[in-house]
Design a protein. Structure first.
Lengths: 195, 195
């Protein structure tokens, strides 16, 4: 072809905020071209220890067309605190939801900022969840078992005008896997084998 | 009063499965008599580290009419794995949901078994979650951001007939805070302050 087309191109985004922005954008493009790469499965195995103490192990997952193992196994203890008749050997199960939500929003904030060419200095999230235990204790059928509501407050500092930084948090929420699951729910199947 | 009423009483439940059953049942009775004790608030603070890596700290909570601190601070890293352009310094945010769900069901199984006088030998839960990342990558508006579904399989061994052990898992599900939140959703408010 002899035609000389000059395409207008944005300058490539450099790495920023600890995000390898070129690889992130190349990954999104690759998945766009081959959508079956986007199917992932995450897994965990939990073993009961004693009382309300249990231990979850996270080792492998599948996605991007293959099997993967994490760099190291993640081992996470959960328990009830003493006021709830446990030994406090780990966070409460409901506290793990707070970890999942804030960390999901935080990852999104870092990636979106990098893609938009904004450098972050500091980001902190505080989260609170209100729960009335009359539900799980079986003392009221009117009270739900889970949290009544969650509140997250972000403090964000970066080299962009306030409204741009607020848009990043908003966009992270709009593309957060955990925010979606917690606000919209997900079907859960439970099966039991007796040994 | 001169009347001599003899009440029929069940023998008190002894500690079992590492659960202090008498204290558990006394706690439930105390909360039944004073329902405001059931109001709890759980909290966490997450600080962005670099890239998709963030660190959550869990220290205190309120409930049972007062403030409490955990026996030790819990510090939890979250990150994306390398195939998702992270440094794999902790579980993925969506993997924390798997920890929360299995550990919540497991605590319930231990408590309910103890209250029913059933001794557990072993309990293990495997969980899988399917997710299509076309949602969070912004490549499809048809695909949700979060998990499409979760599947949990329990293997349980204890000194009761199979149907009694299966009933315990079922009852744990019926009184699980995390199962409720994940299947029914919860309102989440997000606010942002620019520093």
């Amino acid at each position: 072809m002899s035609s000389q087309t000059v395409k207008e191109q944005k300058p490539p985004r450099e790495p920023r905020n600890g995000v390898d922005t070129p690889t992130l954008l190349a990954t999104i493009n690759a998945v766009g071209a081959q959508p079956e790469l986007a199917k992932f499965q995450f897994r965990a195995t939990n073993r009961w220890q004693s009382g309300t103490h249990s231990r979850t192990r996270i080792e492998s997952f599948s996605g991007a067309g293959g099997e993967h193992t994490h760099v190291s196994d993640f081992v996470l203890d959960a328990d009830h605190p003493q006021v709830l008749v446990g030994a406090d050997k780990g966070p409460l199960p409901v506290e793990y939801l707070l970890v999942g939500l804030t960390s999901c929003l935080m990852s999104g904030i870092a990636n979106i900022s990098a893609a938009r060419g904004i450098t972050l200095q500091e980001v902190e999230a505080s989260i609170e969840g209100d729960i009335d235990l009359l539900g799980i204790l079986g003392l009221s059928d009117e009270v739900r078992n889970g949290y009544e509501r969650l509140r997250v407050n972000f403090k964000i500092k970066g080299d962009a005008p306030p409204e741009k930084l607020q848009e990043i948090v908003e966009q992270s929420k709009n593309r957060s896997a955990v925010f979606d699951v917690l606000t919209n729910g997900v079907p859960v199947e439970i099966s039991t084998e007796v040994a």
